[in-house]
Design a binder for this molecule. Structure first.
Ligand SMILES: [Zn+2]
Length: 104
């Protein structure tokens, strides 16, 4: 089933975020990503991993020069805080699947 892409603003510019069956958890390359402003997320992850990956890739889009370890640490810290405050992990697959399913 095709997954619906979402458009969001990052750094004052429109970015396309879409699910894609890629080898990595997420993808945001400086060259192609900056030109196309597209983030791809592998849907084959747990909800918490999906959230972590989304935050991770948005952090890259915001500041490509940020060190990979800093991006990973910040993403995990943000994901952990969000999950604790909003109990995202208890929502289950419905959260990610409802936003992921539909036409493109
Ligand atoms: Zn990264």
């Amino acid at each position: 089933m095709a997954k619906r892409a979402r458009i969001t603003t990052i750094g004052g510019k429109s970015w396309r975020i879409e699910y894609a069956h890629i080898a990595d958890y997420g993808h945001c390359e400086y060259g192609s990503c900056r030109r196309t402003r597209r983030i791809r997320i592998n849907p084959n992850q747990s909800d918490e991993a999906l959230l972590d990956t989304l935050i991770h890739e948005v952090l890259h889009a915001q500041d490509w020069d940020l060190d990979e370890n800093a991006v990973a640490r910040r993403a995990t810290e943000m994901r952990t805080a969000i999950c604790k405050m909003f109990r995202v992990s208890r929502i289950g697959r419905g959260l990610s699947n409802q936003s992921a399913q539909a036409d493109e």
